[in-house]
Design a protein around this ligand. Structure first.
Ligand SMILES: Cc1cc2nc3c(=O)[nH]c(=O)nc-3n(C[C@H](O)[C@H](O)[C@H](O)COP(=O)(O)O)c2cc1C
Length: 216
């Protein structure tokens, strides 16, 4: 049975990012995979890379061994046949939780040798999900496209071929009337959430299924 790891790096388990991650998980399950879902912000203390360099020492080469809430996540990814990972866009970048995992996932794979540059790994398909307030069509002019490419390339190299799924113009809060947010039109946010977001959920489901039956 294939094992898929799905990681939600939004502090909110069941809002935009968490919903898409769970849809991709359901898609993978629909094709018989066993899926382990992690909500990064619900784990015990999580740290970024501690710069201990233990991942470059003989017994651990290629493996982050720092013990905290991320240890079981890294271990599960190591034994997985696919990875789904999603983050909200925070200030034009990924969330702090995502970055903590990213530092440890990517850095452990670097040998610091001229050749080979990376420890040998079993490459697995990755689905990288980003949700944002900003609609997807503004990504190029805001530099978000370039930012995403950087993460995609690093995941490509350290984990496996990475597909990106963007869900923009998300519903940030359930009730806009409680806030004095003159930037947004609550009705069109709601409309989009009801019309477009379900399509994005279907996309996530399909990609989760594809990850199992036709890995990229
Ligand atoms: C701290 C913070 C920073 C944010 N920065 C941005 C941003 O720079 N660009 C953007 O498009 N959306 C930004 N957003 C909006 C979120 O990316 C968006 O609402 C996302 O879908 C939230 O994901 P969630 O529903 O899974 O929590 C920000 C939200 C927060 C809380």
């Amino acid at each position: 049975m294939k094992k898929i790891v799905a990681v939600n790096a939004s502090p909110r388990a069941n809002m935009n990012t968490g919903t898409l991650i769970r849809e991709a998980a359901k898609g993978a399950e629909s094709e018989g995979a066993e899926v382990q879902v992690f909500d990064l912000y619900r784990l015990d203390k999580v740290h970024g890379c501690m710069s201990c360099f233990a991942c470059k020492l003989k017994p651990n080469e290629g493996k982050c061994v720092f013990r905290d809430g991320l240890e079981p996540v890294l271990e599960a990814i190591r034994n997985a046949d696919g990875l789904v990972i999603g983050t909200p866009n925070y200030l034009g970048d990924v969330s702090a939780g995502f970055h903590a995992l990213y530092e440890r996932l990517i850095f452990q794979s670097l040998t610091y040798q001229k050749e080979p540059r990376r420890y040998e790994i079993q490459r697995i398909p990755v689905l990288f999900v980003m949700t944002s307030n900003c609609p997807e069509e503004y990504y190029p002019e805001l530099g978000y496209g370039k930012m995403l490419k950087t993460y995609q390339k690093a995941l490509d190299e350290a984990v496996g071929n990475t597909k990106v799924l963007i869900a923009g113009d998300t519903l940030q809060v359930k009730d806009y009337s409680r806030y004095n947010w003159t930037m947004f039109d609550a009705a069109s946010k709601r409309e989009r959430h009801e019309k477009v977001f379900p399509e994005e959920q279907k996309k996530a489901f399909r990609l989760g299924a594809q990850m199992v039956i036709k890995p990229w």
